[in-house]
Design a protein around this ligand. Structure first.
Ligand SMILES: Nc1ncnc2c1ncn2[C@@H]1O[C@H](COP(=O)(O)OP(=O)(O)OP(=O)(O)O)[C@@H](O)[C@H]1O
Ligand SMILES: [Mg+2]
Length: 225
């Protein structure tokens, strides 16, 4: 491994370095020690996050969903090393860019992305993977060539495997909230996403019903408090 580690992103939970892992561009996600937390508990929680991330990435990969490859799982070093998704940007950044342009071409592109997103998240849920932090910053678009691109899912630290409609509905609700709070000018984006998501599997209509309940509960909570 080379020593030219570049601090890529600094988050609340840890740091992300762009590194070179045996000749391959990679991302090292390192989690901080929380001094206020009991040491054993802190160690266990960190381990759980890292394990969750590796496990769901592998499950996605087996299901044919684009995710970064896992290069190294290092519990002692509190880090996981993943393939760097080159030539990519977050959906969040792309939406911001395209909505500023606000031309037919940009809207058409956004529509295509929302449909593809419905497909990918539909597939993820079909495989009983609950993401746990489904936001537009945790979905990357990778440009494969001038005209082709793929969506990559990342940031699986809070994910788990469960078949529950309710948990899948909450995932959708988190995504809706992320979209409406960050990109309020493209409410139609989530509607298009949902249409595509509902078409994915036979259970998705049931999840959609649950989603409406979760949404209603969320609204009530916002109105009350
Ligand atoms: N494999 C990757 N390839 C390219 N960019 C990445 C990759 N993983 C992460 N990033 C970039 O780094 C950002 C943060 O990564 P990530 O979402 O995994 O960590 P985080 O938000 O700090 O979450 P957590 O709290 O779970 O550590 C992403 O939004 C993306 O811009
Ligand atoms: Mg993230």
């Amino acid at each position: 491994m080379s020593n030219t580690n570049i601090l890529y992103k600094q988050g609340a939970e840890g740091r992300i370095f762009k590194i070179n892992y045996f000749g391959k561009p990679a991302i090292s996600k390192e989690r901080f020690k929380k001094k206020y937390r009991n040491e054993e508990l802190d160690k266990r929680l960190t381990k759980e996050r890292i394990r969750a991330e590796a496990k769901s990435i592998l499950r996605c990969k087996n299901a044919g969903i684009c995710v970064p490859a896992v290069y190294l799982v290092d519990f002692e070093g509190r880090r996981i090393i993943l393939e760097y998704i080159d030539n990519s940007e977050t959906i969040s950044d792309l939406i911001d860019k395209l909505t500023t342009k606000n031309c037919d071409e940009s809207n058409e592109k956004l529509k295509e992305i929302s449909i593809k997103m419905g497909d990918v998240i539909g597939k993820m849920h079909y495989n009983n993977i609950i993401h746990g932090d489904l936001t537009t910053s945790n979905i990357l678009i990778k440009y494969e060539s001038d005209s082709t691109w793929n969506l990559y899912l990342i940031d699986f630290g809070l994910s788990y495997i469960k078949s529950s409609d309710e948990d899948k509905a909450v995932d959708l609700y988190v995504l809706e909230r992320a979209l409406t709070s960050k990109h309020s000018n493209v409410n139609w984006f989530f509607d298009e996403f949902l249409i595509s998501y509902r078409q994915y599997g036979e259970n998705n209509e049931r999840i959609f019903k649950k989603f409406n309940e979760v949404r209603a509960r969320g609204r009530k909570r916002t109105t009350i408090g």
